[in-house]
Design a protein around this ligand. Structure first.
Ligand code: G1P
Length: 317
């Protein structure tokens, strides 16, 4: 029995180990949310009563990953505090079991590790800092400002696919062709039923970071979830500055693809929340609030009344 097959849940059908660590690059300055993000990391902006970052860590733990490395930057230490113990607070909440459970949940979710990216030189550069933590094993990358609906998970299928291929596994979603310059964009071909039983899987035949609408090879955009083999670190070291003068993860993956590493993607048709910009953040808050068991019904009623009122600029009755 191999070292890995002792834990069946971490071993895919092909016998290769599944990724067991996640990396969350979260060192960015979040200029789109200034001045709110002058002292508060954007990853800690609340969506109802939990910060964005907690939804992201929960997405990892829901997929069976409980080792999470946060790549942080100056002024962002409070992100780590969110997952630390607070004995003083726990003591005060002794008679409020629901709140106490909510606080303890943040402490028990995952083992959180951190390292600093001293200068923000791009997503590829940030991921490169994870090398000493993950070594040469495959690992997941979850970008710190987007997450998917827990009832429509994406990561488990990506982990399974990566264990089958041993290569790079991405996820795509379809964007308006006018928006390609905000994302990594792929050209793809079908894999037929090669990955029977998994979600829609495509083979990636090209990747380009933030192309204009004219240059974009498709409207399939890279979603902020990646499962990468350890050799990506070597590719990152060989990646020249690209779009925006930054060391792009997309370009490092394109180096691997050109060297024969298989690159596949799952086309995600579920709900993706993008909190990276004020409009997407507001939409996320409204959607999640509207679906909450505790306040959804009241909030939806208020929202419908508001939208139909003079105050919102909507139709008056
Ligand atoms: C990053 C990636 C891009 C990807 C996007 C998803 O861009 O570089 O390829 O499509 O995340 O949100 P950023 O949003 O950091 O500019």
């Amino acid at each position: 029995m191999s070292e890995h097959s002792a834990n069946p849940s971490a071993t895919a059908a092909a016998g290769r180990p599944r990724a067991v660590k996640a990396v969350i690059p979260a060192a960015g300055l979040a200029t789109r949310f200034l001045p709110a993000t002058k002292a508060v990391p954007k990853e800690l902006l609340p969506v109802v009563d939990r910060p964005v970052l907690q939804y992201i860590v929960e997405e990892a733990t829901q997929a069976g990953i409980s080792d999470v490395l946060l790549i942080t930057g100056r002024g962002k230490t409070s992100m780590v505090d969110h997952f630390d113990r607070r004995p003083d607070l726990e003591e005060r909440l002794a008679k409020k079991p629901e709140l106490l459970a909510a606080v303890k949940r943040t402490e028990e979710l995952a083992a959180i590790y951190t390292c600093r990216q001293p200068e923000q030189l791009g997503l590829g550069h940030a991921v490169g800092f994870a090398e000493s933590h993950v070594g040469d094993a495959p690992f997941a990358v979850l970008l710190g400002d987007e997450f998917v609906k827990p009832s429509e998970p994406l990561l488990p299928a990506m982990l399974e696919l990566q264990a089958r291929t041993g290569g790079v596994v991405l996820a795509f979603f379809e964007v308006d062709p006018a928006e390609t310059s905000r994302y990594g964009i792929a050209s793809v071909e079908s894999t037929g039923d090669e990955f029977a039983g998994l979600a829609e899987v495509v083979k990636v035949t090209g990747l380009v970071e933030k192309p204009s609408a004219e240059e974009a090879p498709s409207n399939l955009a890279v979603l902020g979830r990646y499962v990468l083999p350890g050799r990506v670190f070597d590719a990152i070291r060989r990646t020249e500055p690209g779009s925006g003068g930054e060391i792009q993860l997309t370009d490092a993956m394109e180096i691997l693809r050109n060297e024969g590493v298989p690159v596949h993607a799952i086309v995600y048709r579920g709900t993706r929340y993008d909190t990276g910009m004020p409009l997407g953040y507001l939409q996320t808050v409204v959607q999640i609030a509207a679906e909450r068991d505790d306040l959804g019904a009241e909030f939806r009623k208020w929202l419908a009344d508001f939208v139909n009122s003079d105050a919102s600029g909507g139709p008056s009755t």
